[in-house]
Design a binder for this molecule. Structure first.
Ligand code: PSU
Ligand code: MN
Length: 436
């Protein structure tokens, strides 16, 4: 059974491992160990909260997000004792018990009305992978919540970052990323775009980081759930795919996640099955998507979803949508017509049955749909085969070739369907709040 992370574990002073490149640095000054919020800094009763906010690390030198990256050796190094401390988060309102329970973030009986957080300013900033090193036996991972997420009094909707960094071209990708977030906000929920930045899991990205993700997407690796450990351990940065985003969102207690289209079984190569599928099967989250991307083998993808045990529900449709088109001709077993009913199904699946992922298949709005892309998709697949593109590069390559072949029409459709998914995701998050 899936166990979410807690981030209130009291952090022992960081003991350098033998061979640790930083083991010669001085022990952290008193107080520094609690600079990223741990249970030690929290009032009684907050210990069960998984939404205690870690102070975001400063956007600082050494980050690939810096325009000056890589930083010159010496000046501005994260190891420099004059390195600026993280901005403190003084007094964060917590979600109401109802909201938080929806997000799975707090136990209702343990929710304090607010947390007074007193951040001692650290005199050195340790690298995230060093700060985060905890008990080697039980230490839970650290999640860095954006202020908007940490302060959320409303349900949270997770958004992925691979669609931004690798799925859409600059500058459309930034416009889409912002529109997704704004759509969630306008619907009354709180967006949390998830990515790994310098080895820290970010639940919610500040505006400048979102922009760098879009502008410098190539500097972010494409991380599936399996790859995350590499980036966390090495302190590197990665955009998260559906699998990685679902895993991290669930660890943060978020139960609803919007994307464009999930990965699946690639056409022609039935052995190339996206890691999105097995992770969805075991992760208690509802993913709102326009089905699987149309570049995929949709019948095989649907079969795999069934075999793995992902609950697939058509939202106001009885068919699997085909991403850019509203229908694929593939019938679904289940159709649901309201967010309230979706929420009731989700509660039964997770709370009563201990079940995992739900794929909410939400068709693209009719006015934005494009039919008849088959020739363009076949052309893109042929180009990929000719260029020998496989593995992680395949999906971004196909999406880019399709955009070129359609004169950008596929990008407009991708944007419309993703925004629609964000809208439905927010409605589901709110309905889950009421069903709590
Ligand atoms: N939805 C989109 N565009 C995308 C993706 C989803 O509209 O680029 C991303 C998601 O992150 C998904 C990934 O997990 O594509 C699938 O990649 P692959 O086929 O390599 O598993
Ligand atoms: Mn693949």
């Amino acid at each position: 059974m899936y166990e979410p992370a807690t981030i209130t574990h009291e952090q022992p002073p960081c003991t350098p491992l033998p061979g640790d490149p930083l083991s010669t640095s001085a022990a952290p000054p008193p107080g520094a160990a609690s600079s990223r919020l741990t249970s030690a800094a929290l009032p009684p009763g907050a210990a069960n909260s998984r939404l205690t906010s870690a102070a975001p690390p400063p956007a600082g030198a050494g980050s690939p997000l810096d325009s000056s990256y890589p930083p010159p050796a010496g000046a501005g190094s994260p190891l420099d004792s004059s390195y600026p401390p993280p901005a403190g988060v003084a007094s964060l309102p917590l979600p109401t018990p109802g909201d938080a329970a929806v997000a799975g973030a707090l136990r209702a009986d343990a929710a304090p009305s607010s947390i007074e957080i007193d951040l001692p300013p650290p005199t050195i900033r340790r690298l995230p992978w060093r700060t985060d090193r905890r008990s080697q036996i039980t230490g839970p991972m650290q999640l860095v919540l954006a202020p908007e997420v940490a302060a959320a009094r409303r349900p949270i909707v997770a958004l992925e970052s691979t669609i931004v960094a690798h799925g859409l071209p600059w500058p459309d990708n930034l416009a889409v990323a912002r529109e997704l977030e704004d759509t969630v906000r306008q619907a009354g929920a709180v967006p949390a775009t998830i990515a790994v930045v310098d080895g820290a899991v970010r639940i919610g990205l500040p505006g400048d980081v979102l922009e760098q993700l879009a502008r410098d997407g190539a500097r972010f690796a494409k991380a599936g759930a399996t790859d995350l450990a590499i980036h966390l351990a090495r302190g590197t940065s990665a955009a998260t795919t559906v699998s990685a985003t679902a895993l991290l969102a669930a660890k943060a207690g978020i139960r609803v996640f919007a994307t464009g289209g999930i990965g699946g079984v690639h056409r022609g190569d039935a052995a190339d099955v996206s890691h999105d599928l097995p992770v969805l099967a075991r992760t208690p989250i509802a993913v709102i998507s326009a089905g699987a991307k149309a570049i995929l083998d949709l019948p095989r993808t649907l079969e795999h979803l069934e075999t793995l045990g992902v609950l697939v529900v058509g939202f106001r449709t009885g068919e699997l949508p085909a991403f850019y088109a509203r229908s694929s001709g593939l019938a679904l077993d289940h159709r649901v017509d309201s967010a309230a009913e979706l929420a009731a199904i989700a509660r039964c699946r997770w709370d009563d049955l201990g079940g995992g992922g739900i794929l909410v298949a939400n068709p693209i709005p009719a006015e934005a749909a494009i039919d008849g892309l088959d020739a363009a998709i076949d052309g893109a697949l042929a180009e990929a085969a000719a260029a020998g593109v496989t593995g992680k590069r395949l999906t971004p390559f196909l999406l880019a070739r399709l955009a070129a072949a359609t004169g950008g029409a596929s990008i407009r459709a991708n944007r419309a369907l993703a925004v629609h998914n964000a809208q439905v995701a927010a409605e589901l998050a709110l309905a889950l709040a009421l069903a709590a």
